[in-house]
Design a protein around this ligand. Structure first.
Ligand SMILES: CC(C)(COP(=O)(O)OP(=O)(O)OC[C@H]1O[C@@H](n2cnc3c(N)ncnc32)[C@H](O)[C@@H]1OP(=O)(O)O)[C@@H](O)C(=O)NCCC(=O)NCCS
Length: 244
């Protein structure tokens, strides 16, 4: 364990905690060979109320900017709130680190074909399947039980919630959020920063920066704020949840 590379998780909410569990699962598998993969140091979160506390047994060491004082540690930015899904990009842009600083975390139960690729900073959670020639960009979050079939691409900062099923050749634009359990027809293009509501059935292309819902999916509205516009990163509700 002493020589295992260090890892920090930025964020301490639900997705960050799930990623910590994925890292534990990776290490549990690797320990059978005597070579644990990561030494997980803990969480970094900009919420000062969390600093010095423990979340799921791991310390919240400080704010995200502490990465500068931990040059040996790799990191993953694990914020994925569907109400403010551009936050991951804003943190990565603020940190301004080279891509070599970012780890790629893949749960050991995920099935990743040899010809698929996953970019730096991306996290693939349990039971997800990438069948053939799937391209996952940088800082992409893929929640449990997602199925990305042949030739699907997910651009940087996209979020694929749990149980999403993609037909072949679907492309998910930069920063788009595909809600839990959505079904996406083959070859459909989902525009950058769009949101697909949970359980939706998407049959045609979705333009950028729109919210689509239903079966068949229709436009509900434009997204609330263009990426990069400031929104509060921590609500009282989230803080209480994390401290519970
Ligand atoms: C799409 C979404 C962002 C809309 O949120 P919202 O803008 O707050 O919308 P509201 O809840 O005010 O609903 C507005 C209308 O859309 C409908 N609607 C909302 N989400 C819907 C969905 N997923 N499917 C079908 N209709 C939906 C509501 O019934 C409502 O219809 P009405 O005006 O006829 O009453 C949200 O419902 C959603 O699906 N988020 C994704 C959540 C998710 O996947 N979480 C995963 C965590 S791992």
């Amino acid at each position: 364990m002493r020589n295992a590379p260090e890892l920090m998780i930025v964020g301490a909410g639900g997705f960050a905690r799930e990623t910590a569990q994925a890292v534990a699962a990776i290490n549990a598998v690797a320990v059978n060979t005597g070579r644990p993969i990561w030494r997980l140091l803990g969480f970094l979160d900009d919420d000062p109320l969390l600093h010095g506390r423990r979340v799921d047994g791991l310390p919240v060491i400080g704010g995200a900017d502490l990465v500068e004082s931990l040059p040996q540690a790799q990191l993953v930015v694990c914020v994925g709130n569907p109400r403010r899904y551009d936050t991951r990009m804003r943190i990565v842009e603020r940190l301004g680190l080279p891509e070599e600083r970012y780890a790629t975390v893949v749960h050991p139960s995920a099935q990743i074909s040899a010809d698929s690729s996953i970019g730096p900073g991306s996290v693939i959670l349990a039971q997800t399947v990438l069948t053939a020639s799937v391209e996952v960009g940088a800082h992409v979050a893929v929640m449990p039980h997602a199925v990305l079939t042949h030739d699907v691409s997910a651009s940087d900062f996209a979020t694929i919630a749990s149980g999403v099923r993609f037909g072949g050749g679907v492309s998910v634009g930069r920063g788009a959020y595909v809600g839990a359990g959505a079904l996406i027809r083959e070859n459909v293009k989902i525009g950058a920063w769009s949101m697909i509501g949970m359980g939706s059935v998407v049959l045609c292309d979705v333009p950028a920066a729109q919210v689509w819902v239903g079966n068949p999916a229709r436009m509900l509205r434009d997204v609330d704020a263009a990426p990069g516009e400031t929104a509060p990163e921590n609500t009282d509700v989230e803080v209480k949840e994390r401290l519970a």
